[in-house]
Ligand binder design. Structure first.
Ligand SMILES: [Cu+2]
Length: 297
């Protein structure tokens, strides 16, 4: 007895929903992507305050532009589905025909998402390694700017609850004000006397952990004169929210003038001034031991 042929799956009506979604997606992406790249991208922090900050803004601009078509696809897909396929009033919610896998769509999906993720990983790594990207790299940085040996060193010391700055080229002078020469490659040596802090110089695109006993190195190339907002970006105790100050990028002549006067003043007072929360009296070092008399936060 001949077996009955297997029943064919119920044929679904061919529709042009897919074509409509793709066309709407392409049109929306073609309009939205340049708008995002040109008008939204440059507004993304941290801005144009240093070579590294500019690099970070550029990276954000590229990534925001790249995800715009992805966002457009989701918006179009959901909007089309909600408008076209939503249940009419008083209509019984019926299940649709069973979904069958489609290897072409699966392969396309895997290829597109893998390419995007791998490209962004490569792009991000390249951008991070270029110029040091403004992040703290620990005591032995791997991402060195081309002229890193000529970088001007400034030490950043975090403590509860203020930052102080020491200038090894000015006899280890300590200042409670961050002064930076314009258009100069600076190397920050970030450390702490007590808790874990984080030196965040927003406009410069610099953020580096300040850990006791660690010399955390971060490179930045300043641009023109500007005021820089410095904040502690690591919860470090009761008065952490008040741990902020302003830094100043100034013309070379102003910096030289300030340095000479501040260094002379520092030399004249450091012998007798007693500041128990400061390392100003100690010889310059890349890390310091905590003061034994400091109270805990
Ligand atoms: Cu802090």
């Amino acid at each position: 007895m001949a077996s009955e042929p297997a029943a064919a799956p119920p044929a679904t009506e061919p529709t042009n929903d897919g074509v409509r979604v793709v066309v709407a997606w392409l049109v929306l992406s073609a309009i939205a992507t340049p708008l995002v790249a040109i008008y939204v991208g440059p507004l993304i922090p941290p801005g144009n305050g240093s070579v590294q900050a500019q690099g970070q803004t550029f990276s954000n601009q590229v990534m925001t532009s790249l995800i715009t078509p992805v966002l457009c696809l989701m918006v179009v897909f959901f909007a089309y589905g909600l408008v076209k396929f939503h249940a009419k009033q008083r209509e019984a919610a019926l299940d649709g025909p069973p979904l069958r896998n489609d290897s072409r769509i699966q392969i396309l999906w895997i290829v597109i998402t893998s390419t995007m993720v791998l490209f962004l990983a490569g792009f991000g790594t390249y951008e991070l390694l270029k110029d040091g990207a403004g992040g703290g790299q620990g005591p032995n940085p791997v991402a060195l700017p081309a002229n890193h040996k000529a970088a001007y060193p400034i030490q950043v010391i975090g403590q509860q609850w203020q930052f102080t700055y020491r200038y090894p080229r000015l006899g280890g002078m300590e200042s409670n004000q961050l002064m930076l020469p314009e258009n100069t490659l600076v190397v920050f040596h970030v450390t702490s006397l007590d808790a874990i802090h984080s030196f965040w110089a927003y406009e410069l695109g610099v953020k580096a952990d300040a850990n006791p006993g660690v010399d955390n190195v971060a490179y930045v190339e300043t641009k023109g004169p500007m005021t820089v907002h410095v904040r502690c970006a690591e919860l470090c105790g009761l008065w952490h929210p008040y741990m902020f100050d302003n830094g100043y990028v100034v013309p070379h002549a102003t910096f030289t003038h300030w340095a000479a006067h501040a260094a002379a003043l520092y030399q004249s007072i450091k012998g007798y001034v007693n500041r128990p929360t400061s390392k100003g009296g100690a010889p310059f070092a890349y890390t310091y031991l905590p003061e034994p008399t400091r109270r805990a936060g």
